[in-house]
Design a protein around this ligand. Structure first.
Ligand SMILES: C[S@@+](CC[C@H](N)C(=O)[O-])C[C@H]1O[C@@H](n2cnc3c(N)ncnc32)[C@H](O)[C@@H]1O
Length: 309
């Protein structure tokens, strides 16, 4: 494909129209939220109807370009995701609403918005690529004890970590300024790495129509996927390209693609853990191992009658 492994500076709707049907494995979109954020090339305060009409156009394009085995993931505040769902329900298949627990700003007399949503749709009802993900068991920072006891069945605790659900508490927003680009809403790379590990294989194509400073493309490159990024602002696109050039080695553990943060595995596919972490023995299996093996009784040597003669 012409745009493979490139950051394209342009209007996503126009660029998407040039991408062939059913050609991308996974689309991830993190559009402007229409909350008057200060982007350099885009005015983030459209009339409600204009914003929703625009969203409908690119959502339909994303479904069109996704392969039959592929997925469409969209990140936004719950308010807009309710509209997105009514659109996507007509063109694709609902899989999950992932609640990413990432505290945002108090808005006044409302419940404190503590999560963003990630809508997960598949292009087709069946045959979608999907891999379960494990994250490390949560431990007490002070004493290193496991925080969950799995109903007392500690011997059944997975040797690496738990299967992630549709509520993600373990991936944090970028807090430190030294990790931030000059962009008002940059997502953390581990968030995209988890989504990419969950829905794609090596060399698959991941597309982001609102690339910002490159989070999705960097996550894809680190996991050895191919990427297509579209961004209106040449400034943000330039930052993304620079960061992509700095990705020198894949994010791997013993040859398996994983999401690493501060040198620790944060997300790994369940199917890969089987090769890397030996299954913990259950209490029963341990007991069986401890029991001394019963000696085989010495049977009298019975010879055929003819031989005994
Ligand atoms: C919420 S931000 C995405 C941030 C990105 N996920 C990251 O982690 O850096 C939305 C981005 O969409 C870009 N944008 C707005 N309108 C666009 C359009 N029509 N085509 C392409 N990009 C656009 C903005 O410049 C902004 O960088």
């Amino acid at each position: 494909m012409v745009f493979l492994n490139q950051v394209i500076i342009g209007d996503s709707l126009q660029v998407l129209k040039t991408i062939p049907d059913s050609s991308v494995d996974m689309c991830f979109a993190d559009p402007p939220f229409n909350l008057d954020k200060k982007y350099v090339s885009y005015k983030d305060s459209l009339e409600l109807d204009d914003y929703l009409a625009w969203c409908e156009q690119w959502l339909i394009e994303l479904v069109r370009i996704t392969k039959p085995t592929g997925s469409i993931l969209v990140h936004n505040i719950p308010r807009w995701l309710t509209y997105y769902s009514t659109i996507l329900n007509k063109h694709a298949h609902f899989r999950h609403w992932i609640a990413w627990n990432a505290m945002s700003t108090p808005l006044g007399k409302t419940l404190l918005p503590a999560h963003y949503g990630i809508l997960f749709y598949s292009k087709e009802a069946k045959g979608t690529k999907f891999y379960e993900i494990r994250a490390p068991h949560e431990k007490c920072r002070e004493c290193d004890a496991f925080l969950r006891d799995y109903g007392g069945k500690t011997d059944q605790r997975h040797p690496f970590g738990y299967l992630v659900s549709d509520v993600w508490n373990d991936i944090h927003r970028i807090r430190h300024n030294k990790r931030r680009d000059p962009h008002p809403c940059q997502l953390p790379i581990p968030l995209l790495e988890r989504l990419i590990l969950m829905t794609t294989d090596k060399d698959d194509i991941v597309l982001d129509p609102f690339l910002g400073t490159g989070t999705t493309a960097i996550a894809a490159k680190q996991l050895q996927r191919q990427y297509i990024g579209i961004e209106l602002s040449p400034l943000y696109a330039g930052v993304a390209e620079q960061k992509l050039a700095d990705v020198k080695k894949p994010s791997e553990y013993q040859g398996f693609s994983v999401s690493l943060y501060l040198d620790k595995i944060r997300s790994i596919r369940d199917c890969d853990t089987k090769h890397l972490f030996p299954q913990q023995l259950t209490t029963q299996a341990k007991r069986q191992k401890k029991q001394p093996s019963v000696p085989t009784p010495q049977l009298p040597l019975l010879l055929p009658e003819s031989a005994a003669d």
